[in-house]
Design a protein around this ligand. Structure first.
Ligand code: MG
Length: 349
């Protein structure tokens, strides 16, 4: 009954899950013909689908060669991240590996067989991925050289920004605890939640830049590719805000919510509307005990004003039609059947 109860509050999500399953998702993520691909590339797409549930469909929806390039780049970064995350690799081994990782792309036989991580196959079969990387690099040598040249300055700025961000984070958490690990202790959960809330509000400052970037994109598949992770991110931030469960387990957005966001975030107005609504959700969750609640409210309102300067929000059909609610009520009467169906739907998507 718990599963049905969870869904009853979100009838539109069930409708969208059904719509997605019955082909609604193909408008956003059209299926691609895999037959024309080389065996090597097919293997790479297989790894992509095994290692990423959320990025795999939007990468595969990209047009032409861009799709292959992003797929390979994703796998290279996934391999790098697998080394980073693997706590069974000693620091003496790990640090030089991370430093030298870029050179492994040009060593046809380099592979790593000692990882215990979930996605270790990308390290064990790295020769397949690096071969595709070198093939793409041959075709796009000039383009890649130009990007690398431009990236030189950009990367340095990004690195600087990252260092600044880390220092900024240090400043935030050190106001709540002497040591960062103190925040993981159950007795300090209130402080930990307040600290997390401040970091979430900090992250929202990037929304204007995100909107500016998205508004300049011209190709629909590229827009979807960029917009979908952003709306998933704001939905996740809203779910985490002032939520103690973050420190006790895993907080994720609902599958139906994810599918709804994927199908809605196809133009800049819809993205603004989604951002606006999740900022509003965070606003409603500001705890009355928060000492900086006034400041937090001001920040949230200013972000909403950036999304909609005139204050007119175009709703993304957030509220389900009345007939849908009635249908849900009827369905609830046979909740056993519905529960089984939802379980199957969640597994499929
Ligand atoms: Mg990592």
């Amino acid at each position: 009954m718990e599963r049905v109860g969870k869904w009853l509050g979100h009838p539109r999500e069930i409708y969208n899950l059904l719509r997605f399953k019955m082909g609604g998702g193909t408008a956003v993520m059209p299926p691609r013909d895999q037959d024309a691909l080389s065996d090597n590339l097919k293997t790479c797409y297989q790894y992509l689908n095994q290692t990423s549930r959320s990025f795999a469909p939007i990468i595969q929806a990209l047009d032409g060669e861009l799709r292959h390039a992003v797929c390979i780049l994703y796998l290279v970064l996934r391999a790098l991240d697998t080394v980073e995350d693997d706590m069974t690799i000693s620091l003496e081994t790990k640090v030089p590996m991370l430093h030298d990782f870029h050179s492994y792309l040009y060593q046809p036989d380099w592979r790593y067989m000692e990882s215990k991580e979930k996605y270790k196959q990308v390290l064990e079969d790295f020769p397949t991925i690096s071969l595709e990387f070198r093939n793409l690099a041959k075709v796009y040598r000039d383009v890649i050289a130009a990007i690398c040249h431009k990236m030189g300055a950009g990367m340095a700025e990004f690195l600087q920004k990252k260092v600044e961000s880390l220092q900024e984070w240090d400043k935030v958490w050190s106001r709540y605890a002497k040591k960062l690990s103190d925040l993981a202790k159950p007795e300090n959960i209130d402080m930990a939640v307040q600290c997390m809330n401040e970091l979430i509000i900090n992250a929202l400052h990037h929304i204007p830049n995100v909107l500016t970037y998205l508004s300049r994109l011209k190709t629909q598949s590229v827009f979807n590719f960029c917009a979908i992770p952003q709306v998933m991110a704001i939905a996740t931030l809203a779910a985490c805000y002032n939520n103690k469960q973050v420190f006790r387990g895993v907080v994720k957005i609902r599958k139906g919510q994810a599918v709804t966001l994927m199908m809605d975030a196809t133009n800049i107005q819809a993205v603004k509307s989604i951002m606006y609504q999740y900022v509003e959700e965070i606003y409603r969750k500001i705890p009355s005990t928060d000492p900086s609640s006034n400041k937090t409210q001001q920040i949230l309102v200013s972000i909403q004003t950036i999304c909609f300067p005139n204050g007119t929000v175009v709703s993304c059909n957030r509220y389900a039609p009345i007939y849908l609610s009635c249908a849900m009520l009827l369905a609830a009467l046979s909740w056993r059947y519905l529960s089984a169906m939802l379980e199957a739907l969640e597994e499929d998507v």
